[in-house]
Ligand binder design. Structure first.
Ligand code: NAI
Length: 302
């Protein structure tokens, strides 16, 4: 205990009301998990149409959860879904929800300017205690936070796709993030049923910093003709125990996403050989072969 401070001043704030901005793949998943763990959640996106789709997606995902979790108690399962959906509301107007938000989690397009604009606007309206967090995969948290005046109440909460299944959350502190804020974010992640790890605000945090250069090195190995895609995938699955090989994983993540991440890092640190792009990757992306989502990447999909 620090002398002169009451213990309550040092206790991390309890997070009850959560606003999630962006109802896409990640935002909808985060909203589902937060609403399933006793939070009241407002999901924000740009149109009613998108939000309706997000909620439909959440309902479908909850049904799958319930099928497993309440296998022999269908009534309790239906009751659970009802309760979760009751804790979830939607809005196209973040400004009218911010007053009652303890935490804002942003999961919109990976664009610094757009993220800064939203946070800058909400910062002026948000209560003093409200914590802001971004789910960005590749942008520095400090750059996003710089559009606000709450640098001590700003951090990163990096979830993994699909959010309801993946246990990890990377909790990111910038040099300005306060210990109280960081503890609140760690605690929030635990309440969601996730396992948090502590990260610094460095490119790719932990997981992507290791995974993206690994996927690119697999592509280079293939480009050099040192192994077929199929053999490299088999090798990493059976030899390293990975659930997917690097080419399968790249197609799953999206080749455009990988290119976007590596190009961003390369721009900041051009001399780093780990951040070097690959001609093959660039060519596939320019041909619209983006992986599973486009029907073809390194492999073809039906
Ligand atoms: P997405 O494209 O599925 O969803 C983004 C959503 O944000 C869309 O519904 C869009 O309408 C909405 N949006 C855009 N601008 C908005 C605005 N100004 N106000 C409100 N809503 C707005 O994208 P996804 O994949 O969910 O990614 C979101 C964020 O999460 C990105 O920063 C990404 O880097 C990060 N991320 C993505 C992961 C993934 O595997 N897809 C994993 C971890 C983080």
């Amino acid at each position: 205990v620090v002398r002169g401070f009451s213990s309550s001043a040092l206790r991390p704030a309890v997070i009850k009301h959560v606003m999630i901005i962006g109802g896409g793949q990640m935002g909808a998943g985060i909203a589902q998990v937060a609403a399933s763990t006793g939070h009241s959640v407002t999901l924000v996106d740009t149109s009613e149409e998108i939000l309706n789709k997000s909620v439909k997606g959440i309902e479908g995902s909850l049904k799958r959860v319930v099928k497993k979790k309440f296998a022999d108690k269908p009534e309790a399962g239906a009751e659970f879904i009802h309760k979760v959906l009751q804790s979830l509301s939607t809005s196209t107007h973040a400004e009218s929800v911010i007053q009652s938000s303890d935490l804002v989690v942003e999961a919109i397009v990976e664009n610094l300017k757009v993220k800064q604009e939203i946070f800058g606007r909400l910062d002026k309206l948000a209560p003093q205690h409200t914590i802001f967090a971004s789910n960005t995969s590749s942008l520095p948290i400090a750059d996003i936070a710089s559009s606000t005046s709450r640098l001590d109440r700003f951090g990163g909460l990096h979830f993994f796709n699909p959010v309801p299944m993946m246990k990890l959350v990377e909790v990111i502190a910038t040099p300005a993030t306060s210990q109280e804020t960081f503890d609140s974010l760690l605690n929030f992640s635990k309440v969601l049923g996730k396992t948090p790890v502590s990260c610094k605000d460095t490119p790719g945090f932990i997981v992507n910093r290791l995974l993206v250069p690994y996927m690119l090195e697999a592509v280079r190995l293939y480009e050099r003709g040192h192994g077929s895609k199929e053999d490299i995938d088999i090798a990493m699955k059976l030899g390293a125990g990975y659930p997917m090989g690097p080419f399968e994983l790249s197609d799953y993540v999206g080749l455009d996403t990988i290119k976007f991440i590596i190009d961003g890092w390369c721009e900041k640190d051009p001399g780093n050989p780990l951040f070097k792009s690959s001609e093959m990757l660039n060519k596939l992306v320019s041909e619209g072969k983006l992986g599973r989502k486009s029907g073809e990447g390194f492999y073809k999909y039906k």
